[in-house]
Design a protein around this ligand. Sequence first.
Ligand code: NDP
Length: 326
Amino acid sequence: MRAILIEKAESGQRVALGEVDEDRLPQGDVTVRVDYSTVNYKDALAITGKAPVVRKYPMVPGIDFSGAVEASSDPQWKVGDRVVLNGWGVGETHWGGLAQRARVKGQWLVRLPEGLTSYQAMAIGTAGYTAMLCVMALVKHGLKPGDGEVLVTGAAGGVGSTAIALLTGLGYNVVASTGRPAETEYLRVLGASEVVDRAQFSSPGKPLVKERWAGAVDAVGSHTLANVCAAMRYGGAVAACGLAGGMDFPATVAPFILRGVTLYGIDSVMAPANLRQEAWRRLAANLDRAKLDAMAGEISLGEAIAAGARVIAGQVRGRLVVNVNR
Ligand code: NDP
C-alpha cells in the first residue's frame, strides 16, 4: 500500500511517501480500504514534528479516515460497510489514515450516515466533528438563537469554518474572529454576520469586560480564550476545543463566579461512541452541503506532507481532504 511514514531520525524525524507492506499494519479486527483522510491541525503537528503527537515510530499519521470495510472479524462490521474514524490515538500511537489501508479496532469505527459521501465525511473530518461536539455542548447548555451573538475564534480554520456553518444553519447570529481579513467574504458565505480582527483577543486583557457573547466556540486557547470568557454575557457558555494560539489559559475566575459563565471542554479523541454517532448523525442532517463544498479542497497523498507546514503557518483555509489513492 502507499502510505506516509514518519520514522525517527538522528535529528528529529523523517517523513516520506512510500510503499509499505500491508503485513506491517498494526493489530486490529477490521481492515479498511481508505478513500480519504485529511490534514488536521494535529496531523500537521505530527508531520512537521512541531509537537510530540507521534508516540511510536514508525508511524503512519492521519487521525481520521473514511472508507469501506475490506475484512472484519468483528460481528458488528461486514465487508463493504462504509465507515468513518476519528481519534482514539490513531495517527499517534496506532497507524492512521494517510495510507491506502488501515487496520483498527471495530469499536473505534462509526457507520457513515446515509446522505454523506466518503469525500464529504473527510471534508468534515475531525475538525468538523469537533465543531459539532462544540455546538452540541452549547445547545445542551440551553443556548437559543435569540439569546445573542455567538463568537467563533480561529474562524477561517477547519473547526471554525464548520462551527460557523453549523451554528448559522441552526439560526444563531455568528461573529467570526480571524487574523485573515482577506477571508472576510468566505466567512460571510459560511454565514457570519460580522467578521472581527483576532488581534483584539490575543493580548493580556482585563478579568471582565463589557458583556457581549451569549455563546462561543474557541479553537485558539491562551489569551484569546481568557478574553472571550471575560466578555461573556451572564449565564453564557464557551466550548473550548483548541490551542492554535497556545496551550495556556491566563484567565481569572471572575467570569465564572460573577457572571455564571460555563466553560465546556471538548475532546473528540476519546469521546464515547454514542456521542460520536449523534454528532455524525447531526452533521449529515444539518450541515449545508454548499457551505461544506466552499470550505474543503482535495489534495493527493504526497501533497499532504508539504501541507503540514502550511497548516501550522495558518495559511490553509477550511479543510484539506487527502485522496489517498491519488
Ligand atoms: P486549523 O489550522 O484549520 O485552524 C486553526 C485556526 O486558528 C487558523 O486558521 C487561524 O484562524 C487560527 N490561528 C492559528 N494560529 C493562531 C494564533 N497564533 N493566534 C490566534 N489564532 C490562530 O486547525 P483546526 O481548525 O483543525 O483546529 C483548531 C484547533 O482545534 C487546533 O488547536 C486543534 O488542535 C484543535 N482541535 C481539537 C480537537 C479536540 O478534540 N479538542 C479536535 C480537532 C481540533 P484565522 O486564520 O481565522 O485567524
